[in-house]
Design a binder for this molecule. Structure first.
Ligand code: HEC
Ligand code: HEC
Length: 260
């Protein structure tokens, strides 16, 4: 019994290092209510700042550990007017952590409501899969989406789907290259340096074009992703629920990885 004790204590202190209420919709709602009551006066109604910091960008919220943020809230921010919250119990503080993380970190929102299975079917039926890999299946023309919900918030994902042309990411810009020997190569500009351009063509092959061979490079307008046919609001919700489940940890090389 005595020998088991240190192990037990270790387990307890580990459990407290992470927010037990992370991504919990009810905790986020409760945290928001507490925030409006106690914090908004300085940090603004939407936590985007007032007389004190914008917490959707603050380092202690966007980065940092769960426990670090817990402590700032419980103990106050040393050397500032921010008061400690000694009368809130642990759950009350964790609710605030859940709320602030849901604002500042893409992968920390509560699960998006909707039928993810129906969304997965739509992802196939609408041809999204022909350009996007999920779970090892799909096309290479667009970025892989296994970690989309760890990288982007639902509003951004919704905008990406409904208005693909609004922001076209680096590595997916369309170009048409004419070579001095009269060829025309159209595709996505994957890379360029002083000596060459690398263009991915729709058939999946990679053209490495040396600068001296090139007559002209024309940047083409718009996204390589077509604007999809209209969705009912239920369909869109299901699709967003499906994409929201794609939460693999984000590795910085990953977006372009499938193309190499
Ligand atoms: C009286 C004003 C005031 C109130 C009320 C207040 N804060 Fe603050 N808070 C500050 C100030 C001042 C700072 C120091 C940074 C700055 O100048 O904005 C700060 C810093 C922070 C930080 C660290 C930000 C960083 O830069 O990393 C967090 C997190 C935070 N507050 C959360 C909260 C939460 C949650 C509540 C409600 C429980 C709260 N604050 C209530 C004034 C306040
Ligand atoms: C013809 C290929 C193609 C099809 C079909 C297609 N996409 Fe895309 N998609 C792309 C490309 C290329 C990009 C990156 C360029 C850009 O940002 O506009 C992209 C970007 C995205 C992004 C943002 C990805 C990121 O990494 O930030 C999402 C989300 C997305 N598409 C979802 C969908 C969904 C859902 C469908 C089906 C309704 C779909 N796409 C159909 C090619 C396609």
């Amino acid at each position: 019994m005595i020998r088991a004790l240190p192990l037990l204590l270790f387990a307890v202190s580990l459990a407290a290092a992470e927010n037990p209420l992370a991504r919990d919709a009810a905790a986020v709602a409760a945290g928001r209510a507490t925030f409006l009551e106690r914090c908004a006066v300085c940090h603004g109604q939407d936590a985007k700042g007032g007389q004190a910091a914008n917490l959707t960008r603050a380092r202690a919220v966007a980065g940092g550990t769960d426990q670090g943020l817990f402590r700032i809230i419980r103990e106050g921010f040393p050397g500032t007017a921010m008061p400690p919250q000694t009368d809130l119990n642990d759950d009350g503080v964790w609710q605030l952590v859940s709320y602030l993380h849901s604002l500042a970190r893409p992968g920390e929102q509560p699960p998006v409501e909707g039928d993810a299975t129906a969304g997965a079917k739509l992802f196939r039926d609408r041809g999204c899969i022909s350009c996007h890999i999920v779970d090892g299946q799909g096309g290479f023309w667009g970025p892989g989406l296994d970690s989309i919900a760890s990288r982007k918030r639902t509003e951004e994902i919704r905008a990406d789907i409904l208005d693909p042309g609004a922001v076209v990411d680096e590595g997916y810009r369309r170009v048409a290259v004419r070579t001095k020997d009269g060829r025309r190569i159209e595709g996505l500009l994957k890379n360029e340096d002083t000596f060459s351009l690398q263009v991915l063509t729709r058939d999946g092959s990679y053209a490495l074009l040396e600068r001296p061979q090139i007559a002209s490079v024309e940047k083409l307008e718009g996204s390589p992703m077509p604007k999809p046919a209209a969705f009912t609001s239920e369909e869109l919700q299901n699709l967003l629920a499906f994409l929201d489940r794609q939460r693999d940890p984000y590795l910085s090389f990953e977006r372009g990885f499938n193309n190499y």
